[in-house]
Ligand binder design. Structure first.
Ligand code: 26V
Length: 815
């Protein structure tokens, strides 16, 4: 209650809502917070002053949110994620605070346009791809649904690397995203935490289970938070990001005085390295100690913060799980499970069974992959060195757990070996997914097929033991960011069609567009929006079919399949230059993990093919290949509204969900895709006649592998496929790409050649549909109209009802 009284008591001035008020506040930010004047303000000064002015308005709502939420003492949702891809903040915060027009007005006396200022807003690239962007969409929707929540993460100094092309290949540069400072965050140094590493454990006299951990190294975690406003509601939640710092004692003054400058700071540097850089994951770079350190750093800081917050309103540990649900975004934060056990048993002196019952009810785990190589494990010896007490606790958890298994499946030694948290084949390793399943109340996959495959393959033993624990929660996306902000033209058409913008909080209402799909005037508007978006993107002829494949580069996603299609189109056009070809712009964008050589070869080959086609006067008028550098949220927001065709062509059974597929379909792109991840649900929603399906299904793909797959058979049998691969090998594309051809012909891990013919046939279907402009537009409208299900608001509602069991806590409006 203290907080609310405090705020009410101080009679803080309300921020005005007129253009004049905003103007005044912008100028005072410029004068008093930036310390400059209208005359001498740089563009960056104007940007920062504007950011602070907008932030103030949200901070006001934040204060009321905190008061209302704490007064309510609800069950809080804590989202733990090593990654957040928040996207640019200014435009979003202008929209969510309803100050866009005011801002444009207020900037005029400064001689600046809003567009110019928005270009200075840097996106914090604190994630790799889908998993990090999902975290950002979910916290947006939690705020929009008035769910008391905090997202916890790491404030990396360097985010996902910046990609550029050099000689057609990927080059990486560091992403010093906060080089100029970050006006959106509030440092909260008083909430800093101390985190231990290494050292040893000592018995506690008189207690058989408690231990004292004496760390060999300690590091400070300093939080700052960014505001996470809900749309069309008062709630403003936060995402709290931890940054590692050396303590005062880590600077060695005596060494400095002796001229040993590097040595004097080495301990502080070691500490600060923990939050220095985001791991460009999705490669085989696993097993690095620093990465495990990051994970524990995040978990330890966040749990202590969660406990601090719990104790503001509660006393009894038995209430902890009723007031706390911690959602683990993949296994990266799984060490939170033994950490909570350690805090409860060793520090707060609860007995083991009570602590375990609390812990299990506190956590839930979302799995985001099926790829065996992406399932995290850590060498036992590394764990033992870095986190000796946690390893002991994991052993104890495992002992109790395996007894439970033995009780259910007596004498099934094989099952016990398979299910153990400690893998014993070769090097002993801690299996984080097993720990996550054992230590949580609910486990979910991210699309129907993915959840089913989890239950039936990777986690089958666990599903046998605890069938009720396994659930599905299909992913979703923020309609505010990916329709309203990314595609203002389409948003206007939709709002006109539906009579208002209520759909932005209730995406199922898009269904009302269905009746307009046959209205010629509406279709015409729909088409002209897409065309204008293509003109803005300026990637190619706006009247060409804009065919986009935008996602991380991964062999399982099969950019190489798209490329074989491109090469075949190139051959066909060359052979028949006067054919009735449909002009196409094929746009690729995406990053490859720096150590993922096969993926980088594919990037290089794409650019070599693009150059060859561009230089060919016969083919260039019909076909253009573009590789857009440095794919990130900001670039996605430009490409998605301009797309006609969405490539979702992963090998069935490999893509857990995909979320780009949803963004593209909602913006009226038609999907060509396999029966994988959320594609299956997209197809079910839009109707099979409005989706281009091809390829093996997950069952057939698994069968093909088991029955002995021979890519060469496809090569021998299919002349066009052979021509494409032969062209690569013959050096038709500047001699680039032989590695790609070699891997496809040699092993073809992801059955690219098996799906080639089916994919090409399906592309002909696409072209037939494209030739009938009205048919295509109708399909496009229906895609948008029928994808309301893929709002992250629905995803959050599912988590809230079935996993978190939390209800909204509305924040009263001021006045
Ligand atoms: C990690 C690794 C690391 C080792 C080598 C291979 C590999 C492959 C993938 C990954 C990423 C695993 C976690 C992840 O980002 N999953 C993505 O999560 C999205 C949100 O749920 C989902 O839409 C994507 O389908 C899924 O790939």
């Amino acid at each position: 209650m203290g907080r609310m009284d405090l705020r009410q008591g101080i009679g803080l001035r309300r921020l005005g809502s007129t253009a004049d008020d905003f103007q005044q506040d912008l100028l005072s930010s410029l004068y008093y917070r930036k310390g400059t004047t209208v005359e001498s303000a740089s563009a960056r000064d104007a940007y920062e002053a504007l950011a602070l002015t907008v932030r103030d308005r949200l901070a006001d709502r934040r204060a009321r949110t905190a008061a209302a939420q704490f007064a309510h003492n609800p069950r809080w949702v804590y989202y733990l994620s090593a990654e957040y891809l928040l996207g640019a903040q200014l435009e979003q915060n202008l929209l969510y605070s309803g100050t866009g027009d005011l801002a444009a007005q207020a900037l005029k006396p400064l001689g600046r346009s809003l567009e110019e200022i928005e270009d200075l807003d840097v996106e914090p690239g604190l994630g790799n791809g889908g998993l990090g962007r999902l975290a950002a969409c979910l916290i947006d929707s939690m705020a929009t649904r008035d769910i008391p929540a905090v997202g916890y993460g790491i404030r990396y100094d360097f985010g996902i690397f910046k990609q550029s092309l050099e000689d057609g290949g990927q080059a990486e540069r560091a992403d010093d995203w906060a080089f100029h400072g970050n006006p959106w965050e509030f440092p909260a140094p008083d909430d800093r935490q101390t985190v231990g590493f290494y050292g040893h454990t000592e018995p506690v006299p008189g207690s058989p289970v408690r231990k004292r951990w004496v760390p060999g190294e300690t590091v400070l975690g300093e939080p700052s938070h960014m505001l996470v406003p809900g749309y069309n509601t008062e709630t403003v939640n936060i995402v709290r990001l931890w940054r590692a710092r050396g303590s005062e004692a880590s600077f060695d003054l005596s060494r400095f005085s002796a001229g040993q400058y590097a040595e004097a700071v080495q301990e502080a540097v070691r500490a600060e390295n923990i939050s220095k850089v985001l791991y460009p994951d999705d490669s085989t770079e696993l097993g690095r100690e620093l990465r495990l350190k990051q994970q524990y750093f995040l978990c330890s800081c966040s749990l202590r913060d969660i406990i601090r917050r719990f104790r503001l309103r509660n006393e009894n540990w038995d209430d902890f799980a009723d007031k706390t649900i911690i959602q683990l975004n993949d296994t990266h934060p799984t060490v939170a499970i033994p950490e909570l056990m350690r805090l409860l048993v060793d520090e707060y002196e609860l007995d083991w069974d009570r602590a375990w019952s609390i812990t299990r009810r506190t956590f839930a785990y979302t799995c985001h992959t099926l790829l065996p190589e992406a399932l995290e494990t850590w060498p036992v010896h590394m764990f033992e060195r870095l986190l000796p007490r946690h390893l002991e606790i994991i052993y104890l958890i495992n002992m109790h757990f395996l007894r439970e298994v033995e009780a259910h499946f007596p004498g099934d030694a094989d099952r016990i070996r398979r299910m153990s948290i400690i893998g014993e084949n070769g090097e002993r390793r801690v299996r984080m997914a097993h720990l996550a399943v054992v230590g949580t109340e609910a486990v979910n996959g991210v699309a129907e097929l993915h959840s089913k495959l989890l239950r039936e393959t990777v986690l089958q033993d666990f599903a046998d033991l605890w069938p009720a624990k396994f659930q599905n929660v299909t992913n979703g996306i923020s309609p505010r960011r990916f329709i309203r902000l990314a595609n203002p033209r389409l948003s206007e058409v939709i709002s006109d069609g539906l009579g208002g913008d209520g759909w932005l909080n209730d995406l199922d209402r898009l269904a009302e567009l269905e009746s307009l799909a046959d209205d010629p005037a509406f279709r015409e508007r729909w088409r002209s929006v897409k065309r204008a978006n293509k003109v803005d993107l300026a990637a190619g002829d706006p009247d060409s079919l804009t065919d986009v494949m935008i996602k991380r580069f991964h062999e399982y996603k099969r950019q190489q399949l798209k490329l074989l299609h491109v090469i075949t189109m190139y051959h066909r056009i060359r052979e028949n230059p006067n054919g009735d070809w449909i002009p196409r712009t094929v746009l690729f964008a995406g990053k490859a993990a720096p150590a993922y050589h096969a993926a980088k070869h594919i990037i290089r080959l794409i650019n070599a093919v693009a150059a060859t086609i561009a230089a060919d006067p016969v083919v260039a008028p019909h076909l253009r290949v573009v590789f857009a550098e440095n794919y990130n949220v900001t670039l996605a927001e430009r490409i998605i509204p301009a797309a006609d065709l969405s490539e979702q062509i992963s090998l069935a059974g490999k893509e857990a969900s995909g979320t780009g597929n949803m963004k593209l379909a909602l913006n009226g792109a038609l999907t060509i895709g396999t029966l994988d991840g959320a594609n299956i649900e997209i197809r079910a929603h839009v109707g099979e006649e409005n989706f281009f399906l091809f390829g093996l299904d997950a069952f057939q793909a698994a069968e093909a592998r088991i029955n002995g797959y021979h890519p060469r058979e496809h090569y021998e049998r299919d002349a066009e496929l052979r021509a494409a691969l032969d062209a690569i090998n013959a050096g038709a594309f500047g001699g680039v790409g032989r590695e790609v051809a070699e891997s496809l012909l040699g092993w073809d891990e992801y059955l690219t050649l098996a799906d080639y013919r089916s994919y090409l046939d399906c592309q002909e279907e696409v072209e037939r549909a494209w030739r009938d402009r009205d048919r295509w537009t109708r399909m496009s409208i229906l895609n948008t109209a029928r994808c309301g299900f893929f709002s992250a608001d629905r995803t959050v509602a599912d988590y809230a009802a079935r996993i978190w069991r939390v209800a909204p806590v509305p924040v009263p409006r001021e006045d």
